[in-house]
Design a protein around this ligand. Structure first.
Ligand code: C2E
Ligand code: MG
Ligand code: MG
Ligand code: MG
Length: 287
């Protein structure tokens, strides 16, 4: 009780902390209603083959437009959803919606869909079952789905939880679902996670795509090259995120980087626009 009183005092007297606390409470209240009120949508960002220009996959990115106020960015609401556990039902909605949209893209264009999942979701005992069930209900083959995980999801887990997450990923991979390690290179021990986690794809974080003229440009280039080599010797697919300029794209192509994602090719866009992109692009006619 004394401890709680102390905490409350800090919240009451430190204006910044108090503001943060109120903000979090407000977000949480909004998030609790968001699913029922249909306030979530998904945007999709193409993953592009640098050589052919083909769209190989699209990444589902969650958007929240609370009724009567401005959109809240995922970097703001996802952490609150994770802390509160709301990410579990929200994440299930994301998987359902992404699989529903992806079916036509996979059937007509062989394009797979990648979905970000939180550690909190993976720790649910029935996670693998839930994913396989959603795929079956939407008639989407397991090969069409990629799950994106981050190394940070293992930071606060017990060894038993880590084992459960790895088991769930292994089950899904046995069924053909692929796993991508997102934001690779930003954690403290990326290499040890790479040894621990069963993955198929490495996504090199956008901070490594530093544009020419950027202070760290040369160093970033060396890192990117090293990660690309590591990835290919481990027989993993690699995607570089955050490609914004022709210059970056040309450089990555010279480094032998096969797949990229970024504003240069397309920002995350509503499903309708992805339909359009897939039908108008010339390589579809050639195929
Ligand atoms: P992420 O998975 O690493 O997604 C890539 C982020 O980079 C997206 O931000 C995307 O809009 C942004 N991006 C794409 N191209 C460029 C570029 O050329 N330059 C720059 N500077 N940024 C680019 P977004 O949509 O704001 O999402 C932020 C993060 O929120 C995601 O990072 C992911 O960690 C999380 N997130 C988004 N949707 C979901 C979801 O459905 N579930 C979970 N658990 N997390 C999600
Ligand atoms: Mg991602
Ligand atoms: Mg990323
Ligand atoms: Mg991320």
């Amino acid at each position: 009780a004394a401890k709680n009183a102390g905490k409350n005092q800090i919240t009451a007297f430190d204006p910044a902390l108090r503001h943060a606390h109120l903000e979090r409470t407000r977000l949480l209240t909004g998030l609790r209603r968001a699913l029922a009120h249909g306030e979530f949508t998904l945007n999709y960002q193409p993953v592009v083959d640098l050589v052919s220009g083909d769209i190989r996959a699209v990444e589902a990115l969650l958007r929240w437009n609370p009724t009567g106020s401005r959109p809240v960015p995922p970097d703001v609401f996802i952490p609150v959803a994770e802390e509160s556990g709301l990410i579990v039902p929200i994440g299930t909605w994301v998987l359902e919606q992404a699989c529903a949209d992806a079916r036509r893209w996979y059937e007509r264009h062989g394009v797979s869909v990648t979905v970000n999942v939180s550690g909190r979701q993976l720790r649910e005992p029935d996670f693998a079952e839930t994913v396989l069930d959603i795929l079956a209900r939407h008639g989407l083959p397991e090969q069409a789905l990629v799950l994106e995980i981050t190394e940070s999801m293992l930071l606060a887990t017990t060894p038993a939880e880590t084992a459960r997450i790895i088991a769930a990923l292994a089950t899904l991979r046995e069924h053909g679902v692929r796993v991508a390690l997102d934001d690779f290179g930003t954690g403290y021990s990326s290499l040890s996670y790479l040894r621990t986690l069963p993955v198929d794809i490495l996504k090199i974080d956008k901070s490594f795509a530093a544009p020419a003229g950027h202070a760290d440009h040369h160093q970033m280039r060396a890192f990117t090259k090293a990660i690309l080599e590591l990835s290919s010797s481990l027989r993993l697919d690699t995607i570089v995120e955050g490609v914004e300029s022709q210059e970056q794209a040309a450089l990555l192509q010279r480094m032998g980087c096969p797949l990229v994602q970024g504003y240069l090719f397309s920002p995350p866009a509503p499903a309708r626009q992805i339909d359009g992109l897939l039908t108008i692009t010339p390589w579809q006619d050639a195929a």
